[in-house]
Design a binder for this molecule. Structure first.
Ligand code: ADP
Length: 645
């Protein structure tokens, strides 16, 4: 055992001082007795200090073991407090600042519970930052504080935490700190029967507090990182669901029933259990259930009869309330009794009576700033499922936003398709109605033309009849185009293929159109090479040629027109019609192949905008392609490529 240096020096000083005294000035016995007493004192002090050091070491080692062991951090810190009261203190309390900055008591321990009338008040005490005390002072300053002579009114006022019932105790408060932040404080109390805390205890408790502070800090960091991890996992899961729903909605396309079905099934699957989608009817502003799903057939049936029990208007019932308020409603746990008592939920009573308490969540379907319906889910709480949470509400809202957009898109598409269908129906009927009288008219005009050619009629009669013949021909073409709209739209464009020479066919059509070309002033140059043959539909290819050539006449400004039929080898046969007329702007080159699309405003150029659409449909039906090149003012070149069939 080592004698501490300062005590040893005092002992040596006193001994040499005694030996320096002249013999006879003092009795030798007295001097020796004094020396022995001093030596005994020094040994005692050394023993006490050694014991304190060993206690300190063992307390710190045990505290380290507890704090790094398997206990949760609160339990470990409480065990450390217990360790302190088992050794150098009678009371020990640990207080920490919570996430709101309020001091919370984690634990308070007493060595002799039965002897302390104040243990109860110590345990119950929750120190507040606003009420000044030794603990709040230490938390504020981050410096330790020692109060001795407890029981003296001033000390009591400073340290009410210690109870202050016993006179003469001492109170030591040290900060819990980590990463330059004070996280709380650790307080120790020694009763009056024990020596007050001294420097050694201050060092020990500060050491202890720094370990506890680190443990609390670690626990917090761990908790925060786990929370962040859980949050990011939840985000990822939510994102996955949304991406999946987007994918399914994209697959469902623009057909409203398919879109509604996807929404009801997917929402039922990911948020469960039952899902009800209601849309506001334009006619009477009531909510109409349009899609519903529940994995259990019986529950599905009962849910359907629940939502069909009464058509809700805005403001009526659960769904009507969501429409009016525009806010989601979350009823985490509702049973039949509660539903009976609540006016807006009575239709749910049979369902709740059959299946017990349920969790209900309804969100508005909002698109383009207005509520178009509601999306509701119901989950079987009585059956053991957890009630809906805010997390579910957020997810359902996101799904609702996507659902609303998809529904509005599908509705618009449905309305547009319906309008197009009505138009096509009308055109088809009109075409058929016009066809018969037009045929009769054309026959009469043709007869008239023959008569005027044979007899000497008035000079301008033949010319007028010829004009009427041409006009009736044009009318015939228009009526045929109208009839083709119906045929092609309903998929009735059937090809009758036969072996054809495209060069030969082009020559024939050019021959029939020679008058039109010469009237327009356009000179035609026809070039061909190879053997441009294949199996195609004669009538339909004639239509392609007539459409392209009559456009070259119409839009060619009387400039020369070049027609080429080329053998494209493995690619098939190519037909090129090139004019030097008004040309086509790049932005119009795609849309002119659509129905009723035209790129000219000028009244001189008459037409329905159907010729190129019909041409493209015929070429497509043959498995070929059509393209246009050229620039405004420089003419256009249409190229048709046809496989040989
Ligand atoms: P229509 O000629 O009856 O308008 P088409 O479907 O045949 O209908 O043509 C669609 C549009 O394409 C025309 O309105 C015109 O704007 C443009 N177009 C077609 N052929 C030519 C061409 N050879 N030169 C310039 N524009 C053309």
């Amino acid at each position: 055992m080592q004698v501490p240096q300062d005590n040893f020096m005092t002992f040596v000083d006193r001994m040499s001082h005694a030996l320096d005294q002249p013999v006879g000035a003092r009795s030798a016995t007295g001097t020796l007795r004094e020396l022995v007493r001093s030596a005994a004192d020094a040994v005692h002090v050394a023993q006490v200090q050694a014991e304190a050091a060993s206690l300190r070491l063992s307390v710190l080692a045990e505290a380290g073991r507890l704090l790094s062991g398997p206990l949760g951090w609160e339990e470990a810190v409480a065990a450390v407090a217990q360790l302190a009261v088992g050794g150098f203190a009678d009371w020990c309390a640990v207080d920490f600042l919570d996430e709101h900055g309020a001091l919370r008591r984690l634990t308070a321990r007493h060595a002799h519970v039965e002897r302390s009338p104040c243990t109860g008040c110590l345990e119950a005490f929750t120190p507040e930052r606003v009420r000044p005390s030794a603990i709040t002072e230490v938390v504020r300053t981050g410096c330790p504080l020692l109060v001795t002579g407890l029981g003296v009114p001033g000390a009591r006022a400073l340290a009410p935490e210690a109870g202050g019932g016993e006179a003469g105790g001492s109170f030591l408060v040290v900060p819990l700190a980590a990463r330059h932040h004070t996280l709380g404080a650790m307080s120790f109390v020694r009763g009056p029967e024990r020596e007050p805390f001294g420097e050694a205890e201050r060092i020990l408790t500060e050491d202890l507090a720094s370990r506890v502070g680190l443990a609390i800090d670690h626990a917090r960091l761990l908790r925060e990182s786990r929370a962040a991890e859980a949050e990011s996992r939840r985000h990822a899961a939510r994102l996955r669901i949304l991406v999946e729903v987007d994918r399914l909605l994209a697959q469902a396309g623009l057909e409203l029933p398919a879109v509604l079905d996807v929404i009801a099934h997917k929402v039922s699957e990911v948020i469960g259990d039952g899902c009800v989608l209601q849309l506001i009817r334009e006619e009477d502003s009531t909510l109409e259930p349009v899609a519903l799903h529940h994995p259990e057939p019986e529950a599905r049936w009962l849910l359907a009869s629940t939502v069909h029990a009464r058509r809700q208007r805005s403001g009526e019932g659960l769904h009507g309330g969501v429409v009016l308020g525009g806010h989601s409603v979350l009823l985490p746990d509702i049973d039949a009794e509660a539903a009976r008592a609540s006016e807006g939920l009575t239709e749910y009573v049979p369902y709740l009576e059959r299946y017990g308490a349920q969790s209900l969540l309804v969100v508005p379907l909002r698109a383009q700033g207005r509520v178009v319906g509601t999306l509701g889910v119901v989950r079987d709480v009585a059956g053991g499922s957890r009630p809906y949470t805010e997390e579910d509400r957020l997810l359902l809202q996101s799904l609702g936003e996507r659902a609303a957009l998809a529904i509005v898109g599908a509705r618009l598409y449905g309305a547009a398709t319906e309008a197009v269908r009505l138009r096509d129906d009308f055109l088809s009927v009109a075409g058929h109605e016009l066809k018969t009288p037009l045929c009769a008219l054309r026959l009469q005009i043709q007869m008239l033309a023959r008569l005027t050619r044979g007899e000497a009629a008035a000079p301008d009669v033949a010319e007028r009849v010829a004009k009427a013949e041409r006009a009736s021909e044009r009318l015939g073409v228009l009526v045929d185009e109208l009839l083709d709209v119906g045929r092609i739209s309903s998929g009735r464009l059937l090809l009758e293929r036969e072996e054809l020479d495209l060069a030969q066919l082009t020559r024939e059509v050019l021959g029939r159109m020679s008058e039109a070309f010469s009237r327009s002033g356009s000179e035609v140059r026809f070039l061909t090479d190879g053997v441009p043959t294949g199996r195609w539909d004669r009538m339909r290819l004639e239509q392609v040629l007539v459409n392209l050539l009559s456009n070259a006449v119409k839009y060619g400004r009387g400039q020369p027109v070049e027609v080429r039929v080329e053998d494209g080898g493995a690619k098939g046969v190519r037909l090129v019609v090139k004019d030097h007329g008004i040309g086509i702007a790049p932005e119009d080159r795609v849309r002119i192949f659509e129905r009723f699309e035209r790129a000219v405003q000028d009244q001189r150029y008459q037409g329905l905008g159907l010729g190129l659409w019909i041409t493209r449909e015929i070429v497509d039906a043959h498995g070929g392609s059509i393209q246009v090149h050229g620039a405004p003012g420089e003419g256009s070149t249409f190229t048709v490529t046809l496989p040989r069939g």
